[in-house]
Design a protein around this ligand. Structure first.
Ligand code: GRF
Length: 224
């Protein structure tokens, strides 16, 4: 099996990046992480990537005159490493249509809510303010509009009555760490087909029931 070459974009601590790196160490995982790029030179995730022996690059967006100039170097760094798939993992820069189109259906993002609800920042506080009982996380293909694009996988997380934004963020993050490796594996193994802007999960012989059954889960109900 030839593993897909993946570049991860980060801005901070990189815990989702770490979950992808750990998953990719399995010999039967269909993707390998070949480069980690941060727009913030002080991102902890860069140091973690280095400890794993993964090529890591700081591209400080503040050093560029325009988003386009920054994205030109970002794209080139991905191309220079023969990247086939891009995973945004806590990457806090909005990308222009020019960049997003270059990686159409080859760029994933993770967001800590059940999209299309609660796009944007301060997700968990807004979930609490609305009194939502079930939240979660979503991995989707990237489109130009923020936190939009065909949904590959979602995990549900219950909201506890005594949750605050931090406790909820932690519980959702634990689900994120399970969901992102699963979603990347689906894409890297060619099981995700986009039809009418919806991601359909297929096996070689068409839509696969067994794969679908792994996509929606409630971690609180799992036997672990
Ligand atoms: C995660 O909650 C992710 O969903 C969001 O930003 C956070 C990044 O955390 N987009 P980390 O850097 O992966 O630890």
């Amino acid at each position: 099996m030839k593993k897909k070459r993946v570049g991860i974009l980060i801005s901070g601590r990189g815990s989702n990046m770490s979950s992808l790196i750990e998953a990719s160490k399995a010999s039967d995982y269909p993707a390998e992480i070949v480069v980690v790029i941060s727009n913030r030179p002080d991102a902890e995730g860069l140091r973690i990537a280095a400890r794993h022996g993964i090529k890591n690059i700081a591209l400080d967006h503040r050093a560029y005159k325009s988003r386009e100039d920054f994205e030109k170097d970002l794209h080139q760094a991905l191309i220079d490493t023969d990247v086939e798939l891009v995973c945004n993992a806590g990457f806090m820069r909005l990308l222009t249509a020019g960049f997003v189109e270059k990686w159409h259906n080859r760029q994933l993002n993770i967001h800590p809510s059940l999209l299309p609800s609660f796009k944007g920042l301060h997700t968990h506080q807004r979930v609490l303010d609305e009194g939502v009982k079930i939240t979660g996380c979503t991995v989707h293909l990237v489109r130009t509009d923020m936190d939009s694009g065909p949904i590959i996988a979602q995990a549900a997380v219950h909201v506890e009555p005594d949750d605050n934004a931090d406790s909820l963020a932690l519980r959702v993050l634990q689900a994120e760490h399970k969901l992102y490796p699963l979603a990347l594996a689906l894409v890297a193994s060619g099981k995700v087909v986009v039809k009418n802007e919806k991601a359909v999960i297929c096996s070689q012989n068409g839509p696969s029931r067994s794969d679908e059954q792994h996509i929606l889960y409630a971690p609180s109900l799992s036997p672990e």
